[in-house]
Design a protein around this ligand. Sequence first.
Ligand SMILES: [Zn+2]
Length: 116
Amino acid sequence: MLDLNYTPTTGFVYLLHLERPLCPTHPAQHYIGYADDLAARIQKHTAGNGSRFMQVAKQRQIGFQVARVWRGDRTFERSLKRRKSANRLCPICAGAVQMGLQELSPAQIADALIPF
Ligand SMILES: [Zn+2]
């Protein structure tokens, strides 16, 4: 059960939306991850590092967007991954649902992506 009153932490849980599925037989089009330093992790994903999934996306020249970001820890990340319905969490795809108070606004996401 997802805890919508999750205590804020210093980390970020993020949802990436790929511009197209990884492949026809592996139609996943989203990636959920956790990072202490969001800007550094997104830069790694852009470079094709940070996860095997995003490495394959880079190799196949599939671009991505940071669709949503929450304040949270690895427990929250796992709870999102267990839902196995990332497309329903994604505002770029249809039918995004509200996910509690710890979500960052688009402006806050932009700020968090600025490397220091
Ligand atoms: Zn999406």
